[in-house]
Design a binder for this molecule. Structure first.
Ligand SMILES: CC(C)(COP(=O)(O)OP(=O)(O)OC[C@H]1O[C@@H](n2cnc3c(N)ncnc32)[C@H](O)[C@@H]1OP(=O)(O)O)[C@@H](O)C(=O)NCCC(=O)NCCS
Length: 177
């Protein structure tokens, strides 16, 4: 899988051999990921290797993908399917970017490409994105892509010592495009 998202960036499936580069990006961005992503505070290099093994297994089962966002040949971030269900024909999408890649529309384009794939290659019915109510940049992505805001799950997550409210967004296949 190689999905172009701009002249200089594309998505491709993450693989075990990405462990070193991906973990270095996590280390470099740990302080800005920590307030929003529960795994970020404690993620070890072994955890990153384990995540990549699970990502390969997920892909082998054809249950969505954990994709590297590759920009100018380097991993800039990750966008991937979480809680993918063939039965319900649904998935959640999660994402993060390294600081130096923020502010250029890269993750909006990456998410658009993954949602396209969800409705075409995987024939899903629903794609959901959850973002903390205070996470303006994350919420802007489903809003920019025309997702529907469905509601707020109060104190849905405990991250970095705080309970976060989650805003739930979704788009259905007939609404996309
Ligand atoms: C969430 C996150 C991926 C969003 O990154 P981002 O850079 O804001 O998102 P995009 O790459 O889509 O870029 C959008 C920005 O680029 C600008 N932009 C420039 N060209 C653009 C284009 N062609 N299309 C869309 N936006 C464009 C937008 O105006 C926006 O900037 P602004 O918010 O200053 O107005 C990033 O902030 C992050 O990794 N945060 C930490 C981890 C996290 O919170 N993950 C989500 C948990 S739910």
């Amino acid at each position: 899988m190689k999905l172009p998202i701009s002249d200089t960036a594309h998505l491709r499936a993450l693989r075990r051999s990405d462990a070193e580069e991906l973990h270095a990006l996590i280390e470099a961005n740990r302080d800005r990921l920590r307030p929003w992503l529960a795994w970020a505070a404690e993620q070890t290099s072994e955890d990153t290797a384990q995540f990549l093994m699970e990502a390969e297994a997920q892909r082998a089962r054809d249950e969505g993908v954990q994709a590297a966002v590759v920009s100018d040949g380097r991993i800039a971030g990750v966008v991937g399917c979480v809680n993918f269900s063939r039965h319900h024909r649904s998935t959640n999408v999660g994402y993060w970017l390294g600081a130096e890649h923020e502010g250029r529309g890269t993750m909006t384009a990456a998410t658009r490409a993954l949602v396209d794939r969800a409705f075409s290659a995987w024939d899903l019915r629903r794609v959901e994105i959850r973002a903390a109510s205070e996470n303006r940049r994350s919420r802007a992505i489903p809003e920019r892509l025309g997702f529907n805001r469905e509601g707020t799950l109060r104190h849905a997550e405990f991250v970095d010592g705080r309970f976060l409210d989650s805003v739930v967004y979704s788009v259905l296949a007939p609404e996309w495009g």
